[in-house]
Design a protein around this ligand. Structure first.
Ligand code: 13P
Length: 251
């Protein structure tokens, strides 16, 4: 049995005070709850240290939303894996579609980040997913396959237990259009079979694959009931304690 993992990607939301309020709301809401899934929050860089302090003693883990692939140097505006570790992060989101499209991140660049994260003891939440025109063009599996193969290039099998794969169809992100549980399950099963081909049956069986794209308390339970959907990567609905807690409870 794979454990379910629910992660909140705050994106570019919440200043320090808003971050404290949201973290406190989540931690308070989880007290006295019998939670049997893993919970991760990914605030913006500026709130990471504060969040780490507030999360001490709670079950909620901390992640960042991006990082650079070099250890240090003249990279104005960038943040390294070691910096994220020292701020208290266990996870880092890599390859999010907003990084791929708005910031032109290539599969090759994302692969460098993934390998650096592993080498510095951070667990990647590695995102893949097709655009609307790719889905309509019938190339969803081809696109996801390329992203998985290239993003995980040279990643050895033992590392796979220290990462999460997130399938986020770009057309479902922030649009209110969720992939139907069947549509999501189909791609999740495809990704799992790909991991089996690239690595092994055992690796495929253990791989945690989250779904992301307009996940809400109202649709989470049905999505998460599917065989190959092991959790959710939540955007909009993670910004209010109640809706994030609702998704956690569904899991
Ligand atoms: P929404 O839940 O707002 O669609 O965002 C999903 C996402 O991009 C999480 O990384």
């Amino acid at each position: 049995m794979r454990k379910k993992i629910v992660a909140g990607n705050w994106k570019m939301h919440n200043d320090l005070q808003d971050s404290k309020n949201l973290i406190n709301g989540i931690v308070k809401g989880l007290q006295n709850e019998n939670v049997n899934c893993e919970v991760i929050v990914c605030p913006p860089y500026t709130s990471l240290s504060e969040a780490a302090g507030l999360l001490k003693g709670s079950i909620v883990k901390l992640g960042a939303q991006n990082m650079h692939f070099e250890d240090k140097g003249a990279f104005t505006g960038e943040i390294s894996a070691a910096m994220l570790k020292s701020a208290g992060c266990e996870y880092v989101i890599l390859g999010h579609s907003e990084r791929r499209t708005i910031f032109n991140e290539s599969d090759e660049l994302i692969n460098k980040k993934v390998k650096k994260a592993f080498s510095r003891g951070l667990k990647p939440i590695f995102c893949v997913g097709e655009t609307l025109s790719e889905r309509e063009g019938g190339v969803t599996n081809d696109v996801v396959k390329r992203q998985v193969i290239q993003g995980l290039m040279d990643v050895p099998e033992p590392d796979l237990t220290n990462m999460i794969l997130a399938y986020e169809p770009v057309w479902a992100i922030g649009t209110g259009k969720t992939a139907s549980p069947e549509q999501a399950q189909e791609v999740h099963a495809f990704i799992r079979s790909l991991i089996k081909d690239l690595y092994s049956e055992q690796a495929a069986g253990k791989m945690v694959i989250q779904y992301g794209g307009s996940v809400k308390p109202e649709n989470a339970a049905e999505l998460l009931s599917k065989n190959d959907i092991d959790g959710a990567l939540v955007g909009g609905a993670c910004l209010k304690p109640d809706s994030f807690l609702g998704i956690i409870k569904s899991a």
